[in-house]
Ligand binder design. Sequence first.
Ligand SMILES: [Zn+2]
Length: 401
Amino acid sequence: MRMWSTLRKFDTSFKDSQLTTNSGCGLPSLSNATIRPLRNLVRRPKNNYAHHNEIYETLAPELKIFLASNLLESLPAEIVNLEHLKVLSVRNNKLTSLPQSMSRLRNIVELNVATNKLRYLPWEIVRLVQQTHHPINLHLHPNPFLQAMRPGTGLWDFSTTYSATCWEDVVVTIHKCIKAMLDEEDPDSPLLSRWVETIAKARFDRCQAFREKVPFLPINSRPRIAHAPVYLASSLVTFFGLDGSPLRSPQLAPSLLPADHKVLPIAEQPIRSRERFGQASTMSAAPSLFELCLRKATEFPIFSSLENYLPMDVPDAVERGLQTAQGVLEGGGIHCSVCEKSYIITRAEWIEYWHLPQDSDRFSTDELALPFLRRACSTACAHCVFTERDAPVNNDSTVDA
Ligand SMILES: [Zn+2]
């Protein structure tokens, strides 16, 4: 099998539905072709009873991948098609991004991406946590994540939300804690205290809803409650033109920020929807003609060598568009985080800061919020999100049709 010829020299084994490399064996990359066969693995028949159909068991439901301490800079997009993947551990590699369509991994129970070079996570992880009905053990720290504020210290304890009978009790406790931990002179304090309060409120509401369902629960007990992700704030939105080049903006698109850029602040101003998006042309969710041409081009059997057939004077935008389409195709496709349709040219992107619940009630300041990259296929899709939340939109961006 090709997988083995690729991986054998890296001390890799596949046993009991686990793909494992020994730590530090230096695996530099993993291709889609290597991962693809894992979708269809079956257990070989015992005692060579090959004629007995029932002896062939699928290995897929127990699939686990352990690739810790290697040199991986990216994961093959094919990994999100392993529908029955339970565990994915890529701790201590050199990953700078994760595949976008992580929300397809509906059966995952453990995801370990700690100690990589991730600056943000795909927003689809939030969707995955929202949609799965089982807890997911997430190991996301440490990574050099973009922060909405300067790094802070301190440990926030949300355990009082379990025993409190009214929100006012929680507020008193939380504010005592905020007063003890935050310096009022610090410009980040108002934002941090707002986030702590938002998270406490979401946890308290969840606990109350649980107690209503289970009314005879002792008041001091700590039931195992599946807390939901909590939205905290957004960065400015960066818009892109028809050919995918960023439009005028006071800040670079999150995915184009240089590696030493550590803080990406949130935008406070509310959306002025009618002023900025009022014209029907700017609000259209319809794909551009250029976008439709690129989608069609990717269907050609000769698409990967299409560049060789282009005239010498082909416009730069067309060449860039074809390169983008090639990248999207190799990455397994890209879907709008709002309407979920597949597309080629991203028209808007921004960072959303979310609090992702874990088993613990105690979070360090840096763990309170994680940055998630959201991408949209049209200005209308981006607008749809911000209208719902009355959230900020980049005031200086020039939005075209
Ligand atoms: Zn969309």
